[in-house]
Write a protein that binds this ligand. Structure first.
Ligand code: SF4
Ligand code: SF4
Length: 456
């Protein structure tokens, strides 16, 4: 008998163990003796087990006759997930510019947002759509989806590029999502928003707290606050009925202010709108090179968020932790994230090249953090189209199944192998694991939320 390799157990405060099976997806409460036996090496045998319990543990994927049987389940889950991916739209992020009008204290894009004011012309946008069609043809069963990204995609200087994007997308029946700081929505872009309302599939807009907190973190380059214009922008999106995610980037400066933001969202009437929802994300620093001092390790942030939520019902009800990657599956099981839980075979969509980023420099990148580094690009879309297969290949292949260290790691299906960009820059190549301490984040989640399961 062989115990599942991808088993995470956690002692509950009220006694007993929570077992989370990262392979079958089963979650169970175990007593001490069952947990100990499950963790015994296979050579110790399981002969003295109660036969009913043994059958149940086998059914739920904790025990296998042989390692091969476990391997077959692993591959079956991978194939299931690949089929699910095929049902989802295939995404392209198009960056009309890498410039941005804000000076966010924690921005990961650094100097590229201020050093090159280059903007895609309408011709380059049309060329991008031709390439989108060509690359999209490799995914014949999938709908194609465009997201405008940057820098900041909605600036006065990008109106022509954005209009051309909407027209090109409309001609092809594609929806357009927008990741924006929202500072020009209710002014420069108000008419265009109304005119193309049905063309927009979704917006993501960041609001980091009540006025003073937000303004200290996300000011204009002049230093002036952005809170008021962003709130007006969210009002506009709420009234237009466009699907909108209000994202809060969290660190030690704003996590304690979530209840004030939640109260404000209620007063503003956003919580009564079906098209508006709210997500929390850690301020990330994949390369660990930022000198921004307020970033918290993800596990510490989880504990802080849990404390704030425990003390504030409105916060608990409003915010989801969807963007804490390693906790997506756990969060779903524990009822604290809205994303459907599943194994994390790949850390992000750049793995497997499940999306492409088309930069304002005419380059094609696997990930948006690589913008303005043509030497890392996997191709170009303007002025000519080219994919460098040698550079693209490791991105296509990367998953916990193709990285030997990940394949035998017990938290692999929660971790996903870490950030491929970090792996490229710091770990020796895209096909190397980039361990980020997923087990610590999981521990924090289970410490804070695990006991919920015992009452359900
Ligand atoms: S990146 Fe590290 S922690 Fe994550 S699955 Fe691979 S080996 Fe395990
Ligand atoms: S490769 Fe890393 S930086 Fe790029 S999208 Fe994925 S997680 Fe983010």
């Amino acid at each position: 008998m062989h115990s599942c390799r991808y088993l995470v157990t956690h002692r509950l405060k009220r006694g007993g163990w929570l077992a989370i099976n990262g392979l079958s997806g089963a979650v169970d409460l175990l007593d001490d003796s069952t947990k100990e036996k499950l963790e015994l090496p296979a050579s110790n045998g399981h002969g003295d087990w109660d036969q009913d319990l043994l059958a149940k543990l086998r059914r739920r994927g904790y025990l296998f006759d042989t390692p091969d049987e476990e391997e077959r389940l692993l591959l079956a889950q991978w194939e299931r997930q690949q089929r699910r991916i095929q049902e989802r739209p295939f995404g392209f992020a198009l960056c009309p510019t890498h410039s941005c009008n804000l000076a966010c204290r924690y921005c990961f894009e650094g100097s590229i947002t201020s050093s090159r004011p280059h903007v895609l012309g309408p011709d380059a946008v049309s060329a991008a759509f031709q390439v989108i069609e060509r690359l999209g043809a490799e995914q014949p069963s999938r709908k194609l989806e465009i997201s405008l990204f940057g820098g900041e995609p909605l600036l006065p200087s990008t109106v022509d590029a954005v209009r051309r994007t909407l027209e090109e997308a409309k001609a092809r029946g594609m929806g357009v999502g927008v990741v924006t700081n929202g500072t020009h929505l209710s002014t420069t872009y108000r008419d265009l928003m109304t005119q193309y309302r049905d063309q927009f599939s979704h917006f993501q807009i960041t609001l980091d707290g009540p006025r003073e907190v937000h303004d200290a973190r996300r000011p204009f380059r002049s230093g002036k606050g952005t809170y008021d214009v962003i709130v007006e922008g969210i009002d506009l999106l709420a009234s237009l009925g466009v699907r909108t995610v209000v994202r809060v980037n969290l660190d030690s400066h704003n996590v304690r202010h979530l209840p004030e933001l939640a109260e404000m969202a209620v007063q503003r009437g956003w919580t009564g709108k079906a098209n508006v929802r709210f997500s929390l994300a850690p301020v990330a620093d994949h390369l660990g090179t930022s000198d921004y001092g307020a970033r918290l390790p993800e596990e510490q942030l989880v504990r802080e968020v849990a404390e704030v939520m425990a003390a504030s019902e409105v916060t608990r009800k409003l915010f989801r932790l969807d963007l804490f990657r390693s906790a997506v599956h756990l969060g779903h099981v524990l009822g604290i994230t809205s994303t459907r839980g599943q194994q994390m075979f790949q850390y992000c969509e750049a793995n497997g090249l499940n999306s492409y980023v088309l930069g304002a420099d005419g380059c094609i990148y696997p990930c948006s953090e690589m913008l303005d580094q043509p030497e890392l690009a996997i191709g170009t879309f303007y002025p000519t189209f080219r994919i460098d297969e040698e550079k693209a290949a490791p991105w296509r292949r990367r998953s916990i199944l193709t990285m030997p260290k990940c394949r035998s790691c017990e938290v692999a299906t929660f971790c996903g192998g870490g950030c491929a960009y970090q792996a490229l820059k710091q770990c020796g190549g895209v096909m190397e694991p980039a361990c980020y301490g997923a087990e610590k984040v999981m521990d924090a989640f289970l410490d804070c939320f695990g006991d919920r399961l015992t009452s359900s």
